[in-house]
Design a protein around this ligand. Structure first.
Ligand SMILES: Nc1ncnc2c1ncn2[C@@H]1O[C@H](COP(=O)(O)OP(=O)(O)OP(=O)(O)O)[C@@H](O)[C@H]1O
Ligand SMILES: [Mg+2]
Length: 381
């Protein structure tokens, strides 16, 4: 490795560190909730909720490893399957992923839903395994999903023992009917609170220790990374992203330490706050608005007026059979501003101006297209 980075793995987005500073309590809560599972093989359920970048996925991934370890120690058969609802939206594709968790060669095509359900039943009864299904980005589950019912009533429906962990930015228990809520459990919430600066510093220090040679970060650089994360909703993701980018900027520079200027450079080239998962959270009509804004601003423009934008937006919605009116337009613009995707500048006596904060328009466009690709959403340009 280079002069700064000793191991690049811990700087990758999907790396899960061996311990999660300031999520110990939440880990214990999950542990308590799953005690009946580990001890008596009874199903347990949990919902992990918190804003983007607060460590929901990392926490559950860590917990899955822990459960598998516990099961091994107690000689119990446990199978954890992780599914992102961003990548697999329909009940069909989620169940397919679950089956592929048992058998990576499980045929994907040509099977009906009923056949997959039967295969799940027979696999479960053959392997006598306790299945733990993790549904990440569960807020993207289809409104009429049957899976919560199926997974939480698995015994009655003769699927064997299944536990369910839902991960979501918003509380999705209000989408469950009374019966589902009854089986899912009413006190199953693990809420991840926002990090403060001191906590983010510990997360940063841990990453530095895992990934960098000793004494390679100046104090000033560390402060600027923390400033960057605090400016952007206190996301731990921003900490990791800025550390990675500034470490490689310092290496390219041939420097022996990460200096404040390397962090400034990293900040200019980094926009982790416009994340795919955050775009995926928006309704399709708000996604179209973000895509339209990025499209308008890509062509040499710094700002676009809200009147002009409304015409472009109406056209884009028309082409895609999406009905919007003035109220929906302003509601969506408001939502994009609140989430930090766009800035809206009030102008005296004129239409307001819209701009993209710190991130290139083509980057935003590419990310929206990626979300549509993953979610199978058709869009006519
Ligand atoms: N307590 C922590 N300790 C160490 N690293 C952390 C901690 N919390 C989050 N991270 C890191 O921050 C990044 C973002 O975390 P994660 O992906 O788990 O967030 P999330 O809540 O799932 O966000 P999203 O809703 O956007 O999916 C990851 O790189 C993760 O490893
Ligand atoms: Mg996540």
């Amino acid at each position: 490795m280079g002069s700064i980075i000793s191991d690049s793995k811990p700087l990758e987005a999907d790396f899960v560190p061996p311990s999660l500073p300031h999520r110990e309590k939440e880990m214990q809560t999950l542990d308590r909730m799953f005690y009946p599972m580990v001890k008596y093989n009874s199903p347990a359920n949990a919902m992990v909720m918190g804003k983007s970048g607060m460590g929901k996925t990392a926490l559950v991934r860590r917990f899955m490893d822990f459960l598998e370890g516990q099961a091994e120690e107690n000689e119990k058969k446990v199978k954890c399957v992780y599914v992102s609802c961003m990548d697999s939206r329909t009940d069909y594709s989620i169940l397919l992923k679950v089956m592929k968790g048992f058998d990576p060669g499980y045929p994907g095509k040509g099977r009906t839903m009923d056949e997959i359900k039967n295969d799940l039943r027979s696999t479960m009864s053959r392997d006598k395994v306790h299945l733990i299904v993790v549904l990440d980005e569960a807020n993207l589950l289809q409104k009429d999903t049957e899976l919560i019912y199926l997974f939480t009533r698995s015994k009655t429906l003769e699927y064997g023992t299944i536990s369910l962990i839902l991960i979501s930015i918003v509380d999705i228990r209000d989408r469950m009917n009374d019966q589902e809520l009854g089986t899912f459990g009413r006190s199953t919430m693990v809420h991840l609170k926002d990090y403060d600066r001191t906590q983010l510093r510990d997360i940063l220090d841990q990453r530095i220790e895992l990934a960098l040679h000793p004494d390679t970060v100046t104090e000033g650089a560390e402060e600027l990374i923390l400033d960057g994360a605090c400016e952007r909703n206190s996301e731990a993701r921003v900490v990791v992203e800025l550390l990675r980018k500034s470490a490689s900027a310092a290496e390219k520079d041939g420097a022996e330490q990460i200096m404040p200027d390397h962090v400034r450079l990293a900040k200019a080239d980094s926009y982790p706050w416009v994340s795919i998962s955050k775009i995926g959270m928006l309704d399709f009509d708000a996604q179209i608005l973000l895509f339209t804004i990025a499209g308008c601003l890509r062509k040499d423009e710094a700002y676009i007026g809200t009147d002009e934008l409304r015409d472009f937006y109406a056209d884009a919605c028309g082409r895609n059979n999406v009905r919007v009116n003035r109220d929906i337009y302003f509601k969506n613009l408001d939502a994009l501003e609140k989430e930090g995707f766009v800035d809206v500048w009030e102008m005296k006596g004129q239409a307001s101006l819209v701009s993209l904060p710190d991130c290139p328009a083509y980057g935003v466009e590419e990310m929206v297209l990626e979300v549509w690709k993953r979610t199978g959403q058709k869009y006519t340009a």
